[in-house]
Design a protein around this ligand. Structure first.
Ligand code: ADP
Ligand code: MG
Length: 263
């Protein structure tokens, strides 16, 4: 059974009397542990798709199964539980709380899950060590570089050990130098921890680490809607699909320790 199975998904936004059709019959299947790059022009529905995958919003039509659960059948409370436990979000603008240390930012999602203080602190430090920031736990966001902030955001996304990581343009505000460790980190989550990682991106380097590129246009998937062996579309391997990439998939997912992970 695929982790995610979307068939004929539509999403309409009503603005007064106008209806914006953001998704228009989108098909997408994703299996556990895949790294997916979602690409497509601005306005093609990428963020809308991410919101539905992340149970932040529900589709207008079609069938959407996430981990065997029919998203259309879930009540708001169940959607909240689903996204709290199964999904971790990473945003282009990091969305960290400026007045809190890196450690406290990572602790936040655990507070909502009712984890006790001591355990939260321990786990947050463990996650920050995992993303190479063991020596930055007390730093506030404005005392960190962009790349470091995004790695704090990844640690926060991992707080409740979700199966799925959703990253909407995670390197959009970073230069290549700080973006590369962020991408390596996301790849590593799939390779080492078996997480499913879905990245919306315009960045060829991000697309190069993906197992598959899903292309959207006008609210539909125009390429890469199914995985290999599923018998849908035969899409070339993601790495070969992108020109001018500085990242070799073979160099990724092996190690990102070292740089600043020593306490
Ligand atoms: P992308 O992320 O690919 O740029 P979006 O999913 O954000 O695209 O948007 C798809 C379409 O839906 C766009 O035309 C956008 O203007 C519209 N849209 C997105 N969110 C909303 C909303 N909350 N209300 C109304 N229209 C929206
Ligand atoms: Mg978007």
């Amino acid at each position: 059974m695929p982790l995610l199975e979307f068939k004929g998904i539509t999403k309409d936004y009503k603005l007064g009397k106008t209806v914006v059709r953001a998704l228009r019959g989108l098909d997408l299947t994703i299996k556990e542990g895949e790294v997916i790059a979602i690409m497509g022009p601005s306005g093609s529905g990428k963020s809308t798709l991410m919101h539905i995958v992340g149970a932040l919003d529900t589709p207008t039509g079609g069938t959407a199964f996430l981990d065997g659960q029919d998203l259309q059948q879930l009540k708001e409370r169940q959607l909240v539980t689903l996204r709290g436990k199964k999904v971790g979000f990473v945003f282009q603008t990091f969305n960290l709380i400026q007045t809190l240390s890196a450690q406290r930012n990572v602790e936040l999602p655990m507070i909502f899950q009712g984890i006790r203080k001591g355990e939260r602190a321990r786990h947050a430090r463990e996650l920050l060590t995992k993303v190479g920031l063991a020596d930055r736990v007390k730093h506030k966001p404005n005392e960190l570089s962009g790349g470091e902030r995004q790695r704090v955001a990844i640690a926060r996304a991992l707080a409740n050990d979700p199966e799925i990581i959703l990253a909407d343009e995670p390197t959009g505000n970073l230069d290549t130098e700080s973006g590369t460790p962020v991408l390596e980190m996301l790849k590593k989550l799939s390779v080492e921890d078996g997480k499913t990682v879905i990245i919306v991106t315009h960045d060829p380097d991000a697309a190069a680490i993906a197992d598959r590129i899903v292309r959207l246009r006008d609210g539909c998937v125009v390429a890469g809607s199914g995985y290999e062996g599923e018998g849908t579309s035969g899409v070339p391997s993601a790495g070969r699909d992108v020109e001018g990439s500085s990242l070799e998939p073979s160099t990724l997912g092996i190690t990102t320790e070292g740089s600043d992970s020593h306490a």
